[in-house]
Design a binder for this molecule. Sequence first.
Ligand code: ADP
Ligand code: MG
Length: 714
Amino acid sequence: KAAVMDGVNVEQELSVQSPTASSAKTAFEKLQSDRKTLPVYPYREELLRAVNDHQILVIVGETGSGKTTQIPQYLHEAGYTSRGKIGCTQPRRVAAMSVAARVSQEMGVKLGHEVGYSIRFEDCTSEKTILKYMTDGMLLREFLGEPDLASYSVVMVDEAHERTLSTDILFGLVKVRFCSSLLCSKLMLQESSSLLNIRLLVSYFVGKDIARFRPDLKLLISSATLDAEKFSDYFDSAPIFKIPGRRFPVDIHYTKAPEADYLDAAIVTALQIHVTQPPGDGDILIFLTGQEEIETAEETLKHRTRGLGTKIAELIICPIYANLPTELQAKIFEPTPEGARKVVLATNIAETSLTIDGIKYVIDPGFVKMKSYNPRTGMESLLVTPISKASANQRAGRSGRTGPGKCFRLYTAYNYYNDLDDNTVPEIQRTNLANVVLSLKSLGINDLLNFDFMDPPPSEALLKALELLYALSALNKHGELTKVGRRMAEFPLDPMLSKMIVASDKYQCSDEVISIAAMLSIGNSIFYRPKDKQVHADNARLNFHMGNVGDHMALLKVYSSWKDTNFSTQWCYENYIQVRSMKRARDIRDQLEGLLERVEIELTANPNDLDAIKKAITSGFFPHSAKLQKNGSYRTVKHPQTVHIHPSSGLAQVLPRWVVYHELVLTTKEYMRQVTELKPEWLVEIAPHYYQLKDVEDLASKKMPRGEGRAIKD
Ligand code: ADP
Ligand code: MG
């Protein structure tokens, strides 16, 4: 049953903020009337009442119903921001940015002022910010600095169904920290408090947690899927608020036989729709697995539509993925011009995080790029994996938002019913937990095996994380945070990178090491290689690898050469380097420099001592060491596994005997990316608790022991 609307009230409050320029006003007014057409709007009052009455509320509503953009505004209009900010978390950076941009428009304010966003290494907020969209990872980091979240009046953990690692950890933290009031009052009501209850009571009221008590903090958990009971159960039967969606029927089509090449099949399907259906009919959304695939699809589509001649309507191609430059992100939301059709090439981001209006056709190849983790070896990899049934249904639903839709599944009905899992495994059960464990430890949460996770991670993975942190000297043998660990926790980086930075203090090369860390954080989008200039690009790249210094040093050389040109854009063009990536590296580096000060590490440069820099790298990455085998492959030292140097590495032809690598990527083989040579004795010198002499004895001069070389199985 719909709540009574209080339209007058809404308008009054909003008109205060509306711009005065008359042309802007009409656009602004259009936005306001659009707001009122969203499915959540009729429930505004009822929702506000529910928030008022309960500390925790689970909100369920279809994608596109207005949860993310509207609810924080309603709360602001109802006065919640007079007591503190409203924070709304998103699992993805792009979603946080794009939604914040939208809400700032709707409120008629400049992005970064009243409405802002905060993602790792990019804070677009100010003193004025009252609605803050942020990645769940950022809120987790804010917890570290502000464990009572004092500056917030409401925290909305959005897209909870995604069950990202950070969201799950946030759940655990807010439950322990803020919801104890519920639990305590419940316990006190019980007549016969068992010993356990008394102990619980005591532990809640004793110590620092009492000060962090925040019965006034509102916690909203919003999800696009209907299985909200699980969230409700976890939060002591918190009430569930359902926003009825409007869904039109979606026709689902399967392929008769499995597709050998889903990318090609997706493109063919899109073109068929485009050619056979009238353009005004609706846009197309294709789900792909990542940037590379999207770029390939874009090129192929461009090429093939050119071949179709001029009688065919224009096809506007809109890619969207995590690293898409901000200025291009807005393009997917632009209304499709009359007579044209839009085809959106998206990663999973369009599954529930972003709603693109006007989609009528969804093409779903049935794959997603997903992290997987092997707790035995500690290896993490990104793999293209079949999606779950739940995902498939979300994807299909994107086509039926504004009218009846069609979804083309590029797999068979048999596949769907028999091969797909019902739900995606929560990230916490398939990821490396070192980072999270370090954060929790620095929050004083020591007993991780008994931490109240919604779905606990495998204990093997927890132990592996503890083991790694111990190896990195972040924890002592009692599992307590050390001084090194405390410093490491200040950096929003993986523990191995943080350790590398903390160790650079000892080797007097923090200046170089933070540049390397910043460059590594960019990923592999630094060099580019245009098709018609591949030789030039490769030569330019080789310049940085002169002397076979290794990939880390090459990255450093790129950064410092760019810096020497006073950050010249021209220089980037000449050297086939992405300016945008470099600017991002510079921003990250600046932040790391600021954090150095916080942990009292002096910025010292030591550009000519290569070994010092390599030792600092090894101090963080010694668990990633590998030794050359006779056949040119490598074997990891600690948990023996066959790996190879990635062809893009400067050392791919050099094959040093011992290397340390940044990460493993699995494509056709298990590849090490970003590789540097090391001296085996460093391993024992730097990590005597981890490596023994026998692990690193260099047998170069000796005869190969029996069995070695034969033991390698690909
Ligand atoms: P939900 O969170 O329930 O999925 P949203 O609040 O994200 O819904 O979306 C509500 C509406 O706002 C949708 O119609 C969507 O198209 C629109 N919208 C959201 N973000 C943007 C944006 N960046 N640009 C244009 N429209 C947007
Ligand atoms: Mg949303």
